[in-house]
Design a binder for this molecule. Structure first.
Ligand code: SAH
Length: 344
């Protein structure tokens, strides 16, 4: 699927080889394709900025294509340096992306869909359902535009914004190839993380297609009963099966999996929960990232208190499970995990 604007195609969705074929079909030398791809990665907004292209090529490109960088509807800056952007695409669809500064470098959290149909009961992104999936070019556009706005280099990408990336697998995989391509922006696969609510067939496919890209799985529970309360997807894919497929992912790829676990007061934060979780994750390449629940005002859930978080973490640690607590960035501007929306 390509988004179109006045019947034109978003040129950001094409790989450099596809662009070479396109220019060849327009009677130009194929190497022009790589030149165009390089210009796009620099964030140019018009074809005229591609100064080493012949003007007849610029003219034919303009007839058929547009450069689909999103418009910026709103920018919010947090006290901690986090920047949240509300983007709008050519058909008025809006998504948010979040720029974060870490000691290891700058990271961008991008959206893979406008809205989400997964229905997790503690997340803001799913509240009005799925509007539409984003194209690969629209995912790339979120990165290129943020580089422009901030003037900063972005070397890490997390696909953890709005949407379920594995519900949009084909466009996600095109995006991963586009952003990785050294002829373009060139981000290493190991600097990219994709987070899923646990769509089992896609996890298997991802292990084959992108063994170098980091995988995070939103677990949020240590059994089916609690997981089903929080995540409707748990009624389709059983907890035990998710654990089994995760184990085989680590065997196949040699890479660890990060399990995201948002701690929700009185729901999934008991000592028994921690012990059960440790039992499932013991002895293989599993890592737990505890996320203190971020407040979503329409949702009834409360965050677990600091002491209980610490106890939960210690129980996992004592049992040999690697665990970190996710630093909450940008929650003063509703830019933290689960707080992204389609705009307001
Ligand atoms: N759909 C994907 C990508 C979303 S990533 C997925 O489910 O993994 C966003 C992460 O934040 C997920 O782990 C999600 O479960 C978590 N999250 C959602 N709402 C949250 C909230 N209110 N507080 C903390 N984490 C939340």
């Amino acid at each position: 699927m390509l988004s179109s604007y006045e019947d034109k195609l978003n040129i950001l969705s094409f790989s450099h080889t596809e662009l070479s074929e396109i220019v060849a079909s327009l009677g130009e030398k194929p190497f022009r394709g790589r030149q165009i791809f390089g210009w796009l990665a620099k964030g140019v907004e018009t074809f005229e900025e591609m100064t080493n292209l012949p003007s007849r090529l610029i003219k034919s490109l303009k007839e058929h294509y547009f450069i689909g960088l999103p418009d910026v509807e709103k920018t919010q800056k947090s006290k901690d340096g986090t920047i949240k952007c509300l983007y709008e695409f050519d058909d008025a669809v809006r998504v948010e992306a979040v720029f974060m500064k870490y000691s290891y470098g700058n990271s961008l959290c991008i959206s893979s869909q406008a809205g989400c149909k997964m229905g997790c009961t503690f997340c803001a992104s799913t509240m009005n359902g799925l509007e539409r999936s984003l194209t690969s070019g629209e995912m790339l556009g979120q990165v290129l535009k943020m580089v422009k706005i901030t003037g900063e280099d972005i070397r890490h990408i997390v696909v953890m914004g709005m949407g379920e990336p594995f519900d949009n697998y084909d466009e996600l995989s095109k995006f991963l190839k586009l952003i990785h391509d050294e002829n373009g922006y060139g981000i290493g696969y190991r600097n990219i993380t994709v987070s899923t609510c646990g769509i089992i067939p896609a996890i298997n496919r991802f292990a084959e297609d992108f063994p170098q890209v980091n995988l995070a799985i939103s677990l949020h529970a240590s059994n089916d009963e609690v997981r089903r309360k929080l995540m409707p997807i748990a009624s389709i894919y059983k907890f035990d099966d998710l654990i089994d497929v995760s184990k085989s992912y680590t065997v196949k790829t040699g890479r660890r999996i990060t399990f995201e676990y948002s701690l929700i007061k009185g729901v999934n934060d008991s000592v028994e929960d921690a012990e059960r979780l440790a039992k499932y994750l013991k002895g293989w390449l599993a890592h737990v990232n505890l996320i203190p629940l971020n407040k979503v005002k329409e949702r009834k859930y409360e965050a677990t208190g600091e002491n209980t978080i610490r106890t939960f973490k210690e129980i996992l640690e004592i049992r040999g499970i690697p665990v970190t607590i996710r630093r909450t960035l940008g929650n003063d501007i509703d830019a933290a995990c689960g707080q992204l929306r389609r705009g307001r």
